[in-house]
Every structure is written in C-alpha cells, then in structure tokens.
Design a protein around this ligand. Sequence first.
Ligand SMILES: Nc1nc2c(ncn2[C@@H]2O[C@H](COP(=O)(O)OP(=O)(O)O)[C@@H](O)[C@H]2O)c(=O)[nH]1
Ligand SMILES: [Mg+2]
Length: 358
Amino acid sequence: MAKEKKSALKENKGVSISEITDPSTIKVLKKKRRSEINTEALVTSILNKDITALSRAITLVESKNPKHLEKANTIIKACLPYANKSIRIGITGVPGVGKSTFIETFGKHLTSKGKRIAVLAIDPSSSLTKGSILGDKTRMDDLVKDDNAFIRPSASGDSLGGVARKTREAIILCEAAGFDVIIIETVGVGQSETTVHSMVDFFLLLKLAGAGDELQGIKRGIIEMADAIAINKADGDNLKHAKLAKVEFNRALHLYPEKSSDWQPKVTICSALKNEGIDAIWELILDYIAITSKNNHFNAKRNEQNKFWLIQTIEEQLKSTFFNRPEVKTALENQLQLIKDNKTTPFAAADYLLSLEI
Ligand SMILES: Nc1nc2c(ncn2[C@@H]2O[C@H](COP(=O)(O)OP(=O)(O)O)[C@@H](O)[C@H]2O)c(=O)[nH]1
Ligand SMILES: [Mg+2]
C-alpha cells in the first residue's frame, strides 16, 4: 500500500461533531429510544392482528418495570372494548396425560375450521420447569408453525396471584388481536386449577384410564370444577380401559349436585395422538356455549369471575401494603414474642396490629 504523503494540503476525513460524545450517554439515549413504546401504535397493530405487537404487549404486561406496567395498563384499557369475544377453555391434567399433544391436535382441528387460537399457560413452578408449554413445545410442532395459532409460555418466577393477573391480561390482549379460542393450560400445581377455573368459560379435565380405581388420587374439587372429563390415550390396548373408566366417571359425576348452568358435565374418551374423539370435544364445548348463552349463565359466570378478581386483587394489595409497613414488621415481632410469653393471644395481637396508625 502506498504510503500517504504528508502534505499541508491533505484534508483529513471529516468527523461530525455531535453535541453528545460521551459513549455511556449515547448508550443510555439509544436504550431510551428503543424503550419508547408508542402505545397507540401498538394497540392499532394488535387490533390489526399483528402477532409481534401482541407479543410485545404481553411482554409489557409481564414486566416488573413500573414504566412498562403503566404502558401495559394503557394498552389493556384501549383493548378492553374489543375483548370478551372468545371462548376461553381451561385444560388441566397430570404431567404425561397428554395435554400438549391434545392442545396440538385440538388446536389444529380448530384452525382447520378457520378459527384462530391462542394458547397460554399457568404454571407457578415454571421458573423451575421453564413453563409447561415451553418445556415440550416440540409436541406442538405443527401448531407452533400455524399462522392462526399463537402460543405463549407462562409468565414465570412469580406468585400464583401474579401469574394469574398476567394471564388474565394476556387473555384480553389475545381477544383484542382477534383470537376466537383461548386455551389456558395448567399442570395443576397447588391452587393453579382453581385459578384457571376462575378465568375460563369451560374447564376440561384430561384423565388417564387406570386400573379401575379412577377416582383415587384426584384432588378434591377438581371433578366439581370440570365441565367435561376427557379420558385420553383411548387407543390400542388402552381403549377398553378407557371405556370402562368413562362409565365409572359418569357414575361419579351423577353424584354431584346439578350445576346452576343447567349443564350436566360430560365424560368422553379421546386419543390426542390418533386424533380420535377430538372433534366431539369441540362439539361438546359448542353445545355448552349454546346452552349457557341461552340461559345467560355464560355472561353471569364472566361477571362473577370479574368480581372474584376484583376482590382478590384488593385483598392481596391490602395484605402486602400492611405487612410491608416497617412499623408493622417491628410490632409483629414484638407481638409474636408476647404470644410466646403467654402475655397476649393471637387474636388480641391481631386487633392491636390492625389498629396501628400509619
Ligand atoms: N397412546 C397415546 N399416547 C399419547 C396420547 N396423547 C399423548 N400421548 C403420549 O403421552 C406422552 C405425554 O404427552 P404430553 O402431551 O407431553 O403430556 P403432558 O405432560 O400432559 O403435556 C407423550 O409421549 C405422548 O406422545 C394418546 O392419545 N395416545
Ligand atoms: Mg405438556
């Protein structure tokens, strides 16, 4: 390479002089620009069924950053008038029962009928398992690729209450983005079934046929919550067991008092793997919607659910505000000691603590 001659006439390459040259300041500015989210544009995109926008909005809902939450609230408010138009289905069952396989087959069935479906998950343990959906997304291979399906792993690392709130808000966003069917999956850790039940229109319990003691090992209350029980893996040698299990579950269901919805919970058998009995489950859900829409139970249930979440949220916030007050923390310790020393009772101590002025 020819050496450049030093000359007084040589002109150096120009540098544009910007007012801010400090690299760290530039970094901050760039970051800020990136995080400036135009909520109005995002809402418009969501209403135009833009999946990327939907994902971004859900990320905002899940964020712990107060600024993001503020934006999330604005977006949700704007989306609310367009929400409420889907069928919300909760799906639960023990690990290995075939939830992911079922959602894949069921989801494909729905998209083949021109429906758009969104799949969300509630899994309070997801920080460990990386989310029930994400963990076995491979089982939803086809659905993941389907343009009419949207799959979102559960929000992680939070309390069940926190996850529930985020999921409720994600439902609203998905509905605004025009999804007709929203599936909420849960593995049923702790109270998560009750949580899912309180945010869906239809609750489906997936079961396996066992050795005749079908009702053993089922959590109390689960059967009561179910609008349908589907005995999965009803294929091959398992088919006859599944049919027997169906009889037994039917008998058990009749022991429960009739529901206010006029809906008698149904028991059905299916094979998620072989795609058998899946269409029947969809028909059954449509029946349910028809009946409960007619007798207005559908709307009444949603109103009940809204009331439940309102009260629940207030309770949680009051509780955390109370317990996080420094003077309460100190007084609580003192009262605990007094209880230990037999100088007061838990009830008297509670009265005292609750009467503390800020
Ligand atoms: N034979 C049979 N196997 C199934 C069926 N559904 C799921 N499986 C298998 O059961 C295993 C667990 O399924 P998966 O969908 O991951 O269950 P999940 O843990 O409830 O999500 C996998 O090996 C599936 O291939 C079915 O209908 N019939
Ligand atoms: Mg799974």
